[in-house]
Ligand binder design. Structure first.
Ligand SMILES: C[S@@+](CC[C@H](N)C(=O)[O-])C[C@H]1O[C@@H](n2cnc3c(N)ncnc32)[C@H](O)[C@@H]1O
Length: 221
């Protein structure tokens, strides 16, 4: 696993959040990180394609995507050494070591060539990580820059719970704050404006009455 320079305080914060949580993460998060499987289904990875997840956490998504797209190669980046330890174990347990490369890095500024020995991915995805990344807008630009022509960026994250009762939204927000999670109210606008800047097409869906948002930015060939 390779690393580049990291913003130490954010890396330490994430390690602090996940040092113990990582052991129960996959079990507990399946009930509230909704839309992740839909994102994986929608990746539609080309034969022999390459897929990068930014903020890959425990590797849960990479393992499922690797089963779904058996001839693709996967790359995972995370700032937390603790999360990457769990991800490495999961990938070894699943027999995926030959198809998955993990690296420690900051998703707002990473050098794919230095970390993974390659540039130009067919798919990049970010699942419930933009809401934890300070300066998350830079991750959107960096993700688009990491794509090959014709590639696509897929994002799923908390929405604004716009169709849900106010009490639910207040409770959810208070609870998420404890984990340093802040749903990004301008996510749609940022993805839309990045799509315009890169002449990409843009699709956006709200899931479960705004509990989650799912966006896809597809670059021209
Ligand atoms: C809520 S978890 C999501 C994990 C996984 N994507 C999933 O869907 O289960 C957020 C992840 O983002 C990572 N993260 C936070 N800030 C980051 C940054 N600046 N660069 C890379 N990873 C980051 C955290 O360490 C954590 O593993």
């Amino acid at each position: 696993m390779s690393t580049t320079e990291l913003p130490a305080s954010h890396a330490e914060l994430m390690d602090g959040v996940y040092r113990w949580q990582r052991h129960i993460y996959d079990l507990t998060r399946k009930y509230y990180l909704l839309g992740r499987d839909r994102l994986i289904d929608g990746l539609d990875v080309p034969v022999g394609g390459t897929v990068l997840e930014l903020g890959c956490g425990t590797g849960r998504n990479i393992v499922l995507a690797a089963r779904r797209y058996p001839d693709a190669r996967f790359f995972g980046l995370d700032i937390s050494a603790e999360m990457l330890e769990t991800a490495s174990t999961a990938i070894a347990r699943e027999g995926l070591v030959d198809r998955v490369t993990l690296a420690q890095g900051d998703a707002t500024a990473f050098d794919a060539k230095a970390l993974f020995g390659r540039v130009g991915f067919d798919r990049v995805f970010v699942s419930y990580s933009l809401s934890m990344i300070p300066g998350w807008e830079k991750t959107v630009s960096a993700a688009l820059a990491a794509l090959s022509p014709g590639g696509s960026l897929h994002v799923v994250d908390f929405g604004q719970q716009e169709g849900l009762p106010r009490w639910f939204r207040t409770l959810l927000r208070g609870w998420l704050r404890k984990f340093h999670v802040a749903p990004r109210s301008t996510l749609r606008e940022v993805l839309e404006s990045e799509s315009r800047r890169t002449a990409a097409s843009f699709r956006f869906r709200t899931l479960y009455r705004g509990y989650a948002w799912l966006g896809v930015v597809a670059l021209p060939r």
